[in-house]
Design a protein around this ligand. Sequence first.
Ligand SMILES: [Zn+2]
Length: 135
Amino acid sequence: MKVSITDILSGRVRIVWRRRRRKAAVTPETERLRKEAKAYLPVRLKELAEAGGFSYNSVRIKNNVSNWGSCSSKGNINLNLNLMRLPKELQDYVMLHELCHLRYMNHGPEFHAMLEKLCPNHRELRKKLREYRLT
Ligand SMILES: [Zn+2]
């Protein structure tokens, strides 16, 4: 199909950008981290969840460059394998943050109040986390 600029401007033809999948490259290093992450993060998440009275559905280890962790409304938690490159306090901070999303799917005042209880220095940790980059 031949598309002219007039077609686009008139709205007869729409251009759709497909969002690039935010997946990181697979290297021997990422596979080593994946192994470590799979052995450690689910165990630690379970400990933190039990201590805080949370229950989640599943936990998966991901290799993406868009977030350290995520939580779905169905209670599925994803954790980034690059968490293994971080100090333990930052790993815990990310996991506690995601656990709080099991109750509040936003970053509102109630979410922060809950995170504050579980992790009183979360603001400081959040700043520290920014020093690490996902690439
Ligand atoms: Zn969040």
